[in-house]
Design a protein around this ligand. Structure first.
Ligand SMILES: *[C@@H]1O[C@H](CO)[C@@H](O)[C@H](O)[C@H]1NC(C)=O
Ligand SMILES: *[C@@H]1O[C@H](CO)[C@@H](O)[C@H](O)[C@H]1NC(C)=O
Ligand SMILES: *[C@@H]1O[C@H](CO)[C@@H](O)[C@H](O)[C@H]1NC(C)=O
Ligand SMILES: *[C@@H]1O[C@H](CO)[C@@H](O)[C@H](O)[C@H]1NC(C)=O
Ligand SMILES: *[C@@H]1O[C@H](CO)[C@@H](O)[C@H](O)[C@H]1NC(C)=O
Length: 345
């Protein structure tokens, strides 16, 4: 535990320059670790003390910071519950109680508390322009993979899983399977809103994905692995999604990858509507594909790959029901891991 004395600092954020004075606050530092987040904002080119001040100025958004000295990088995090080893980082949890005297707690999540040299403080609007994981990555290329707060049109602020390492980084992950802990045989509303846990298995949500992709041109990548740790990926340099009224119809084009294409061929998902067990939008006339092959997906008649299928642990005699990718390991093999992600191009 360290105690800081009353100090005076100048803030340059948002072009607001104010003299900052703190009554004293307590912090708890651990080196060689970082908080798993979510990261709610990133401040670059700051010293460690200023990094702490950035947190104190945002009590609703910040419980602590990850400080990376070698890049003078300050990651503001909204949770300090989980941390992970990370050699160059110092993680600092921050007790806002000591700061309450300045009335900063009246500021909302989208305001920054600006304190004057007297005891008065005021809240100034602060709107993040981080509208996907690529925005974070482009602003600060060495940010690690993990949870980040992004702002989507209409939906507003949400937490997203950002893949910052694979294939140049900057990917917003919208689906992940790891070990079968989450049930993916879900309803329309659940697929619309998203489910699961971003730190494990999840579906981000069709409505969020729609608003995310509405922001510009995006590419899509899907990564897979089997139980011998072989990996494959496919990529499409163009992906689009329509709204709920038109059933979240997906469009994909321009395949590349190290396993045969499955999504843009005749039986693929291109131009397919989303189908769930309670809403049959697939072109298969005699049954609901989401029921036949337990999942929610852009089914055709029915599928060539079933990323949201049952977690069946490898070889199976249940045709097409597992997490399959037919051109690689057939409809009789359920993959170990799979993830789908998008990046602005
Ligand atoms: C600021 O607050 C402290 C503690 O409540 C008080 O002692 C001091 O007089 C205040 N100063 C001003 C300028 O209001
Ligand atoms: C998500 O997983 C993390 C880590 O296992 C856990 O701490 C957290 O409580 C989970 N959240 C939910 C909503 O299940
Ligand atoms: C599944 O993976 C998540 C994330 O790594 C982990 O928190 C969870 O404990 C795992 N569950 C099982 C049953 O292995
Ligand atoms: C696959 O990778 C995991 C994690 O790296 C490792 O624990 C496991 O032993 C590997 N399995 C095989 C069959 O190589
Ligand atoms: C197709 O994808 C490749 C990368 O795989 C990219 O270089 C090319 O520009 C894309 N073509 C179109 C028409 O989008």
């Amino acid at each position: 535990m360290q105690w800081f004395q009353k100090g005076r600092f100048v803030c340059f954020i948002l072009q607001v320059c104010a003299v900052f004075s703190a009554e004293g606050y307590s912090v708890n530092k651990v080196t060689g670790e970082r908080f798993a987040g979510p990261v709610t904002m990133v401040v670059t080119i700051v010293g460690q003390q200023q990094c702490v001040k950035e947190c104190l100025a945002r009590p609703k958004l910040c419980k602590g910071v990850n400080y990376l000295k070698k890049h003078l990088l300050c990651e503001v995090v909204s949770s300090t519950e989980e941390s992970e080893p990370s050699s160059d980082y110092t993680r600092i949890s921050i007790d806002h109680q000591m700061n309450e005297i300045n009335n900063c707690h009246v500021c909302t999540t989208n305001q920054k508390c600006v304190q004057l040299s007297s005891n008065s403080s005021y809240c100034v609007k602060e709107d993040s322009d981080m509208n996907d994981c690529g925005a974070y990555h482009n602003s600060t290329p060495f940010l690690p993979s993990g949870l980040y707060r992004i702002k989507l049109p209409v939906v507003g602020h949400v937490t997203a899983l950002c893949e910052m390492d694979i294939d140049g980084g900057g990917w917003t992950v919208f689906q992940r399977r790891l070990n079968g802990t989450e049930d993916f045989y879900r309803t329309w509303v659940e697929y619309k809103n998203g489910f699961g846990n971003l730190t494990a298995e999840f579906w981000f949500g069709n409505e969020k994905l729609y608003h995310l992709l509405s922001q510009g041109s995006y590419e899509l990548r899907m990564d897979m692995s089997d139980f011998t740790n072989q990996t494959r990926y496919v990529k499409y340099s163009n992906v689009g999604l329509t709204d709920e009224i038109t059933k979240y119809t997906i469009s994909l084009s321009n395949y590349s990858g190290n396993v045969e294409d499955c999504f843009t061929r005749a039986s693929g998902i291109n131009n397919m509507k989303f189908t769930t067990r309670d809403q049959d939008n697939d072109p298969y006339l005699t049954a609901n594909c989401a029921n036949l092959y337990p999942s929610g997906w852009w089914h055709n008649q029915c599928h060539c790959a079933n990323p949201n299928g049952l977690y069946l642990d490898g070889q199976t005699n249940q045709f097409g029901k597992g997490i399959t990718y037919n051109p690689w390991l057939t409809q009789y093999y359920s993959l170990k891991t799979i993830s789908l992600m998008v990046r602005r191009v």
